[in-house]
Ligand binder design. Sequence first.
Ligand SMILES: Nc1nc2c(c(=O)[nH]1)N[C@H]1C(S)=C(S)[C@@H](COP(=O)(O)O)O[C@H]1N2
Ligand SMILES: [Mo]
Length: 322
Amino acid sequence: MNVIRRRGWEMPEHLATPEHMFLNRRALLTAGAAAAAIGLVPDLASAQRVSDIPDPSADLYPAKRNEKYTLDRPITDEKINGNYNNFFEFGSSKNITRAAQALKIRPWTIKLDGMVEKPMEVGIDDLVRKFGVEERLYRLRCVEAWSMAVPWSGFPMAKLVELAKPLSSAKYVRMETFLDKAIAPGQRQTWYPWPYVEGLTIAEATNELAFLVTGAYGKPVAKVHGAPIRLAVPWKYGFKNIKSIVRFSFTDKRPKSYWEDLQSSEYGFWANVNPEVSHPRWSQASEELIGTGERRPTLLFNGYGEYVADLYKGLEAERLWV
Ligand SMILES: Nc1nc2c(c(=O)[nH]1)N[C@H]1C(S)=C(S)[C@@H](COP(=O)(O)O)O[C@H]1N2
Ligand SMILES: [Mo]
């Protein structure tokens, strides 16, 4: 087979970034919401529940809420959130809820490898029962200038790092999404650098805010949000919040993320939220709250500076805000 791997700079701009669908997806969302309200379209969130075998972790939810993490805005409506998503494995639109139902979430094995005492594999249900789950209300700020507020459930990423026992020479954790082009049509588009990859420093991964999500809205997390396990790092732009993770590798080399690989001038490693640093093609000063349409000023570190600002002391010369 003669596959030509196109680089980000060779591809039409409308394919290279998520921004192009920002306006037309919003129009679709509005149309979809209107159709749903008058009963024309089935409720996709419940369709997922009906067609699945019972989730073996269902008894863990709803989890007890950790009241420490509070919101300054209402929780985004579950159906609106579940029908406005970025999950490029299932298409480059926001409207991939139906396509994402092809994701098979059991069995689901997670590799912990690289610079660790001993590499291991662990099944999602063993992992989640070992650590238990709590609920946290977090904001999510997409680099495209929209935001949501989500009741996630899961466990601190620090617990997973502790289980993996990284060597003292390891500095980063590289995470990888599943790779299966038979179920994920986006992965047949060979100009994208599959699988989706993200990375954190170990200091970031063990910060109390870094959270591995296995549930949302009081249930096992929906496929469209990255079942059965995705990341929530609320002080960073949304694309760092990698979905449907199958591998955590500890390394001394800074991982190159999917978006950085596609368009490094626009998307970098740190990706901390900063309203004063514009994206090359749009302002980051404010955001639209999905569901209400309200516009609000964006906050430095998405409002989580008290937890994370210290992580970046001495790194002022780096591209912390891209
Ligand atoms: N594997 C994978 N993870 C991903 C993405 C993706 O396309 N593939 N999109 C990211 C982006 S850009 C955002 S804004 C969030 C969206 O999460 P949500 O759909 O649950 O709101 O997921 C992130 N994680
Ligand atoms: Mo995003």
